[in-house]
Design a protein around this ligand. Structure first.
Ligand code: GDG
Length: 481
């Protein structure tokens, strides 16, 4: 394959820029997407691209950017910053992206807020991306756009670059037409035609792809053959690419000396108690409240476990300037306080609650110390935590309780699958998880590990980019005829 330039586009640049009195530092962040793509580009994808450029909002002023970029830019990518006025960013990011698209696409229609100022800013923000990219890209480049913040971007680029190779991947669910149609018609059209600017459109699961295809059919009156759409003289492919993790990184971390040391301290604290663990961003889609209700039911139904179980609940602050998120924090705090004070004793606190980020080593130590990981989203595009927990269990022990509403449930079928609205089922599965024989734990973990290691993040990124190339080759072949 001839070497091409690859542009990766996401809302935020994968960078953390920190300023102190007279110092600016810039380092690559450790998010799932950056690790996924970097792992692939340094491994099996090394020879395919001559240059890698990442475009996104940097999260600092132009002045700070100039200082940080000149002195400290991390080497894996060239970074292309997209600057926006803070008012516009607020309406585009907190507004249309996170107060309309996020709740609606996760089946929370009553949380969605419809304001034309949100939509206008969303389109304007996408145009800012398109304008900056237009100065850099050439028709022979590859562009890979990520996520719901940038749904119209492919269409905007396509207007200027008819032959550009564009891939789009959505990290959250794509909803059924009955949900999608509640968006005003003009917005529906802008979203769908924008996405159709891409040559390959990827989702986590076949359900999300088929929802997208039926939305195109209903809203744009455009048919498909189950996987392809003919649109403006291009044949576009729609497919499922279940995102994965760096299996080896998580599996090998078990033996990391720092992880071992932290695990020892956790095991000491745990003593002979059963440890239940969960970690996620504070988000109403993650089902924290139902999870807590399920745990409470478990304790009420099984008094023999009092004093013998601890739930380590880690919640990572997220989007706290949006009202729905701030409200959630209050509800969760109150529930935990109430449960600990009514069911706990001076000697025993049923829930240990941390509202803060964990270091990677602490995260692995918790994944590998707990008896049961309890992951109960009400909706989740994929859910990487569940895959990371399974991959990190080099000891082949531990039980995964996973919501059927997570994309990951399609692959992790040996988990104890629950309906997150059924708190009785959550309670029953916690008990079943604590009492599962070691041999059965091993069989289930082994089967899931085999599946995750086979389609790891390298396979995911490689699969997407090679299908993107194939789709484009076919399109160009059609043109030559
Ligand atoms: C979106 C979609 C889809 C979390 N807390 C800590 C920490 N994390 C890391 C986890 C994991 C990632 O953050 C969370 O990923 P998820 O997939 O579980 O969830 P979202 O953030 O909602 O991600 C989701 C994903 O995009 C990818 O397409 O799976 O459905 O919603 O990697 O490990 N990491 C550390 N400390 C923490 O406290 N170190």
């Amino acid at each position: 394959m001839m070497k091409k330039r690859l542009f990766i586009i996401s809302n935020r640049l994968p960078l953390t820029i920190e300023t102190t009195d007279n110092n600016v530092t810039m380092r690559q962040s450790s998010g799932g997407l950056i690790s996924a793509i970097t792992t692939y580009l340094k491994g099996s994808g090394k020879e395919f691209f001559s240059e890698k450029i990442w475009a996104g909002v940097p999260g600092c002023t132009e002045k700070i950017w100039d200082i940080a970029n000149n002195e400290h830019s991390p080497a894996d990518y060239n970074y292309l910053p997209v600057f926006m006025k803070s008012k516009m960013y607020e309406l585009y990011y907190n507004g249309f992206s996170n107060s309309l698209l996020w709740p609606l696409f996760h089946y929370f229609p009553s949380f969605a807020e419809y304001h034309s100022s949100y939509f206008d800013a969303y389109m304007e923000a996408n145009r800012s991306f398109a304008d900056i990219l237009s100065k850099q890209v050439r028709n022979e480049d590859f562009v890979w756009i990520h996520d719901y913040h940038l749904l119209p971007l492919a269409g905007m680029l396509r207007e200027k670059f008819p032959k550009l190779t564009i891939g789009f991947f959505l990290h959250i669910p794509f909803p059924s037409y009955e949900i999608f149609r509640v968006i005003p018609k003009q917005w529906q059209r802008e979203i769908l035609t924008g996405m159709l600017g891409a040559d390959l459109i990827g989702f986590h699961t076949v359900d999300y792809s088929s929802h997208f295809l039926s939305c195109v059919e209903m809203a744009l009156k455009t048919g498909h053959d189950g996987q392809h759409i003919s649109w403006e003289n291009r044949q576009i492919k729609v497919d499922a690419f279940p995102i994965s993790i760096d299996f080896d990184l998580f599996n090998n971390a078990y033996d990391n000396t720092k992880v071992e040391a932290i695990r020892k301290t956790y095991l000491k604290l745990k003593k002979d108690k059963k440890l239940l663990f969960s970690v996620d961003r504070l988000d109403y889609t993650k089902g924290l409240y139902n999870r807590l209700k399920g745990f409470k039911k478990f304790l009420l139904a099984n008094p023999e476990y009092h004093g013998k179980v601890v739930f380590a609940l880690v919640v990572v602050p997220s989007r706290d300037s949006i009202r729905k998120y701030a409200e959630r924090k209050k509800i969760i705090d109150e529930f935990i306080g109430n449960l600990n004070s009514t069911l706990g004793t001076i000697n025993w606190q049923p829930i240990i609650y941390q509202y803060n980020h964990l270091d990677f080593e602490q995260l692995i130590a918790l994944y590998t110390t707990c008896d049961v990981a309890l992951i109960t989203p009400l909706r989740d595009g994929m859910n990487l935590v569940s895959k990371e927990f399974v991959a990190s269990r080099k000891d082949k022990q531990g039980v995964l309780i996973l919501s059927e509403m997570a994309g990951a449930a399609r692959e992790l079928t040996e988990a104890l699958l629950i309906n997150p609205n059924d708190t009785d089922e959550i309670a029953e599965m916690i008990k079943q998880g604590f009492e599962m024989e070691k041999k059965e734990q091993e069989e289930r973990i082994t089967a899931m590990q085999e599946r995750i290691s086979r389609y790891d993040v390298n396979a995911w990124a490689g699969d997407f980019l090679s299908q993107l190339k194939e789709v484009k080759d076919v399109q160009l072949g059609f043109e030559i005829k």
